[in-house]
Design a protein around this ligand. Structure first.
Ligand code: AHR
Length: 502
C-alpha cells in the first residue's frame, strides 16, 4: 500500500492563484465564437461576451487571462483594435489559418472580458514586428490617468478611467515565431523595451514578463538572464518580475501526430510521462534562474502548457481544435500538482488555451457549449488557489508504463494545501487498469472530518464529452475512502481525486 504523510504543521510556500491561469489567443474559435460573439449576436451575451461561457468560467475562479497571443502577439498592432468597430483595420492572421481578422475584439473588449470574469489582466506586447514607441504607447493608453495623447485617445474611445493592467510581456516565443532571435539579442531588446514601459501608477504597478525558453532550451534561459543582468543591479525592482516557459505535451515529439481520442495504452503512458516531465523542466530551468536570483524574486510563468494533438477530423488545421478525454484530465491533474509543488518558483501558469483550441476547458458549437474533463479538474483544484502548500511525502508509488523511449512514470502523484482551516489533497492515479490503495497520515491532526470529496474518471480512458452527450465525464462525489485517524483511500484507475478535510 502507498502512504502519504502530510505534515500540516509545516507550510512550505504559497500557491499563487495565477498558477491556475488561462491563455486566449486570436486563433481559430478561441476569441471569436468562443468568448466573443458581438453585441448583435443571437447567442445571449453581455457587451458581446457569451453569457454561458462567462458563467461557466466564473465557476473556476479564473485568476488571470493572457491575451492576444501567442504567435499572434508579435504581429498584432494594438491601435488597429481600438475605436469605431466599423472603421477598424482588417488584417490576415498569417499564423492561424490565414483568416481575416477584423479587430472587433481589441484592448477595450479584452478589459471588459476580464472585468466580467473578475480576473487579472495579462497583455502580451509585440516585440517581433512592433516598435519601442508602439509598445510604450500601449502601456500609456491602458494605464495613464492624467492628460497625455494616449490617455486622451482612450477617453475619446469611451474609457475615462485607466484600465487595470496586471502583467505585460515583452514579446512571445522570440526564439521562434516572435522573431527567430538569439538569447543575447532578445536579452538586449528586453532591456531596451522594458525601459519604456512606464509605471504611471505607483500603487497599481504591473509586472513585467520576459520571454523564456521553449521546453528544454536551457541555453536560452542562461543567455537571456546573463544578458539581462549584465550591468544591471541584481534584482533591481521591477526590471523583470517573471520569465516564461512554454511546454506542450506532444507525445511523439514536435508535430501533433497523435489523435486526441484514439490512442492505445502505450500512448496513454507516453502522454502522462510527458506531462510529468514538467517537473524536470521546472527544476532545471529553476536551477539556472537560481544563479541570477537566489532569493527567487523572479517568478517562472509557464504561460503556455497543455496537450497538443491532431485537430478533429474535418476541421481547419490552422484552428487547433481538438477533443479532450480522461487522458487530458490526468495531464491537467499531474501538471497542476507539479506546479503546486514548485510554488516557490512557479508564480503563474496559463493553460493553452481557454476555449476551442488545444487543451481547452470549454468547447463550443454555435450556441452549444460543453465543459471538458480538463474543466472539471480545474474546478476541483480551485481550492488550491492562494492556499499554503503543505509538506507532504509519498512512498509506495510504483514506476509504471511501458515506455522505452522516455522511461517510466510514477503511478501516483499528489499535492496538499491548506486555506482557511481546510486541507485540500489532490491525487492522480495514472494506471490504466489498477486501482491504488493509499494510506493518508497526518503529523498531528487526529480528528479528521472529510468535508468534500470529488472525482473525475471514466468507464474508459477515451471517455469525453460531446455536444450530444455533454455529461459523459463530470465531477462526481467520491466515496472511496474511510476515516480512521487518517484516511484509507482507494483511488480508481485513471482518475483525478480531490479530498478536502478539516
Ligand atoms: O498556443 C498555440 C501557439 O503555440 C502559440 O501561438 C505559440 O506561442 C505557441 O507556439
Amino acid at each position: 500500500m502507498a502512504k502519504l504523510v502530510i505534515n500540516e504543521t509545516n507550510k512550505v510556500g504559497r500557491i499563487e492563484p495565477e498558477i491556475y491561469g488561462h491563455f486566449s489567443e486570436h486563433l481559430g474559435r478561441c476569441i471569436y465564437e468562443g468568448l466573443y460573439v458581438g453585441e448583435n449576436s443571437d447567442i445571449p451575451n453581455v457587451n458581446g461576451m457569451r453569457s454561458d461561457v462567462v458563467g461557466a468560467l466564473k465557476e473556476l475562479n479564473i485568476p488571470v487571462l493572457r491575451w492576444p497571443g501567442g504567435c499572434f502577439a508579435d504581429e498584432y498592432h494594438w491601435m488597429d483594435g481600438i475605436g469605431d468597430k466599423s472603421k477598424r483595420k482588417k488584417m490576415i492572421n498569417t499564423h492561424w489559418g490565414g483568416v481575416m481578422e477584423d479587430n472587433s475584439f481589441g484592448t477595450h473588449e479584452f478589459m471588459e472580458l476580464c472585468r466580467q470574469l473578475g480576473c487579472k489582466t495579462y497583455v502580451n506586447g509585440n516585440l517581433g514586428s512592433g516598435t519601442v514607441q508602439e509598445m510604450s504607447q500601449w502601456v500609456e493608453y491602458m494605464t495613464f490617468e492624467g492628460v497625455s495623447p494616449m490617455a486622451d485617445l482612450r477617453k475619446e474611445n469611451g474609457h475615462e478611467d485607466a484600465f487595470q493592467l496586471d502583467y505585460f510581456a515583452v514579446g512571445n516565443e522570440n526564439w521562434g515565431c516572435g522573431g527567430n532571435m538569439t538569447p543575447e539579442y532578445y536579452g538586449n531588446l528586453y532591456r531596451r523595451y522594458q525601459t519604456y514601459l512606464r509605471q504611471y501608477n505607483p500603487d497599481r504597478k504591473f509586472k513585467k514578463i520576459a520571454c523564456g525558453p521553449n521546453v528544454a532550451d536551457y541555453h536560452w534561459t542562461e543567455g537571456v538572464l546573463k544578458t539581462c543582468f549584465d550591468h544591471t543591479p541584481e534584482h533591481e525592482h521591477g526590471f523583470m518580475d517573471l520569465i516564461s516557459l512554454h511546454y506542450y505535451d506532444m507525445p511523439l515529439g514536435w508535430e501533433p501526430k497523435v489523435s486526441a481520442t484514439e490512442f492505445d495504452d502505450e500512448l496513454w503512458y507516453k502522454t502522462l510521462n510527458r506531462a510529468y516531465y514538467m517537473d524536470e523542466l521546472i527544476r532545471r530551468h529553476g536551477a539556472i534562474i537560481d544563479q541570477y536570483d537566489p532569493e527567487k524574486k523572479i517568478g517562472l510563468a509557464v504561460d503556455e502548457w497543455g496537450t497538443w494533438f491532431k485537430v478533429e477530423p474535418g476541421t481547419n488545421p490552422g484552428f487547433l481544435y481538438q477533443q479532450n478525454t480522461i487522458r487530458d484530465a490526468l495531464v491537467a491533474g499531474i501538471t497542476l500538482n507539479v506546479f503546486n509543488k514548485h510554488c516557490d518558483r512557479v508564480k503563474m501558469a496559463c493553460i493553452a488555451q481557454m476555449i476551442n483550441v488545444l487543451q481547452a476547458v470549454i468547447l463550443t458549437d454555435g450556441e452549444k457549449m460543453i465543459k471538458t474533463p480538463t474543466y472539471h479538474v480545474f474546478h476541483m483544484y480551485r481550492h488550491h488557489q492562494g492556499a499554503d502548500l503543505l509538506e507532504s511525502s509519498l512512498t509506495g508509488a510504483s514506476e509504471i508504463g511501458m515506455d522505452v523511449e522516455y522511461g517510466k512514470v510514477p503511478d501516483l502523484t499528489e499535492s496538499v494545501s491548506e486555506k482557511d482551516g481546510f486541507i485540500t489533497i489532490t491525487l492522480n492515479n495514472l494506471s490504466v487498469s489498477e486501482a491504488k490503495e493509499l494510506d493518508v497520515v497526518f503529523a498531528e491532526k487526529k480528528d479528521i472530518q472529510v468535508v468534500e470529496a470529488n472525482i473525475v474518471s471514466g468507464s474508459d480512458i477515451h471517455d469525453h464529452n460531446t455536444f450530444e452527450a455533454p455529461e459523459t465525464v463530470a465531477e462526481k462525489e467520491f466515496k472511496g475512502y474511510t476515516v480512521d485517524g487518517g484516511l484509507k483511500v482507494t483511488i480508481p484507475a485513471a482518475s483525478v481525486v480531490e479530498i478536502r478535510v478539516k
